[in-house]
Design a binder for this molecule. Structure first.
Ligand SMILES: *Cc1c(COP(=O)(O)O)cnc(C)c1O
Length: 394
């Protein structure tokens, strides 16, 4: 954090500074960033990859630190951690990847090649290999590259009848983007049924879809052959980790193409530290009191609502997204013309101030704020700063 400048009132800056110096006798952990000129920010967006995912609990950091002190045979570690995770979640098989995007890549490879090593070694490439992936148009996400790097060709559909029409011996996988379930014409149960009917593996990208914790097994038990979650989002594991859960033969094929194996995923290395760290995070996550966490997040939202309540023409709503980041958020809405303030301008001022604050903008006069990734008094700092920006605008 900069010592001067910005628009935060002195009291807030003092509070932030005292939090900083109480951390470790005046020296802040943020120094690892600030000494190279990177300013840590207040994250009001959520567990998003671009802001660093999430903050690992101390137990997870400790497990990673312990893991870093020893050599171990990596293939054995991968197998045994996978087995332990599959037991915990009661799913047939599990592996640690280096993120949900990496899961998509190795799952595609596994589905294209099947369990036999020969076609796997042939990847990337499509000669004599089934290589088409079916996806609903409404489920496009920007992660299509992770399938295309294996040579897969994506076939877009909208209806079940279209799936029936395009499915063929060339079909390798049916890709589903869980958070878009509400937007697509084919819901997940029907997607799974279509895949099963034709004997094609189905994959569900549920990267940001815990909580609730039940989602970790719900979709595998519901029939998806493979499901992924980011390790560094709701699970609070290492940012460079992910879970790939599901069918044993496909999981084994996926492991065969990730480092240290020499397949198409050789560059997707999951270190011993991340492997152990994600296991520790998962064990902690399954023991956690999720209702208590929800109540804490609600408290943060209501503190912000109280702080922002008396601003004329500003509407405040508590919202819990139905799927993906399904925790309490605050929506702040106003009439841009009446207040002479665009939401883009408010967003810029929050970001450029001190401390720097990131929130989401949902169109004109509409900000969406996650309190999930805020710590200590950060929700109050955000409310105070946003209050000033809104009041001073008119
Ligand atoms: C975050 C995200 C990913 C990528 O996850 P990483 O763990 O960062 O690789 C993929 N799909 C969806 C829907 C996501 O939200």
């Amino acid at each position: 954090m900069r010592a001067t400048g910005g628009s935060a009132p002195r009291a807030v800056r003092a509070k932030a500074a005292s939090r900083k110096s109480s951390e470790s006798g005046g020296k802040s952990s943020a120094d690892v960033y600030s000494r190279i000129g990177v300013r840590p920010v207040i994250n009001g967006v959520g567990t998003v990859t671009v802001l660093g995912g999430s903050i690992m609990p101390p137990e997870v950091v400790q497990a990673m630190s312990d893991a870093s002190r020893h050599f171990v045979p990596m293939p054995e570690l991968q197998r045994k951690v996978g087995a332990r995770i599959s037991e915990l979640l009661k799913v047939p098989a599990a592996m640690v990847t280096c993120g949900a995007a990496s899961s998509i890549a190795v799952a595609t490879a596994a589905c294209m090649a099947g369990a036999s090593p020969k076609p796997l070694a042939q990847l990337p490439g499509v000669e004599r290999i089934r290589h088409e992936v079916i996806q609903q148009k409404s489920h496009r996400s920007g992660y299509e590259h992770q399938m295309r790097i294996q040579g897969a060709k994506i076939v877009w559909v909208e209806t079940a009848a279209e799936v029936e029409r395009v499915i063929s011996p060339k079909t390798a996988m049916m890709f589903f983007l869980n958070k878009q379930d509400g937007a697509g014409r084919i819901h997940w149960q029907e997607w799974v049924a279509l895949a099963k009917k034709h004997g094609v593996p189905s994959f569900n990208d549920a990267a940001a879809d815990v909580p609730p914790p039940e989602n970790l097994w719900k979709y595998v038990h519901g029939g998806f052959d493979l499901v992924t979650f980011s390790g560094g989002k709701g699970l609070l594991g290492p940012q460079a980790s992910g879970l790939l859960l599901g069918r044993r033969d496909l999981s084994e094929a996926a492991r065969e193409c990730i480092s240290p194996a020499e397949g198409v995923g050789r560059g997707m290395k999951v270190g011993k530290e991340e492997t152990i760290g994600l296991l520790a995070a998962l064990e902690l996550y399954l023991k956690k009191d999720h209702d208590a966490e929800f109540r804490e997040l609600d408290k943060r939202v209501s503190e912000m609502t109280t702080a922002l309540a008396k601003i004329d023409g500003v509407k405040l709503t508590r919202e819990v997204p139905a799927i993906a980041n399904a925790v309490p958020h605050l929506r702040v809405e106003w009439d841009e013309a009446k207040r002479h303030l665009t939401s883009q301008r408010a967003l810029d001022r929050l970001r450029d101030g001190d401390p720097s604050i990131y929130v989401q903008r949902h169109g004109a006069g509409n900000l969406f704020i996650s309190v999930w990734t805020m710590r200590g008094p950060e929700n109050k700092i955000v409310a105070q700063r946003l209050g000033e920006i809104l009041r001073n605008a008119g």
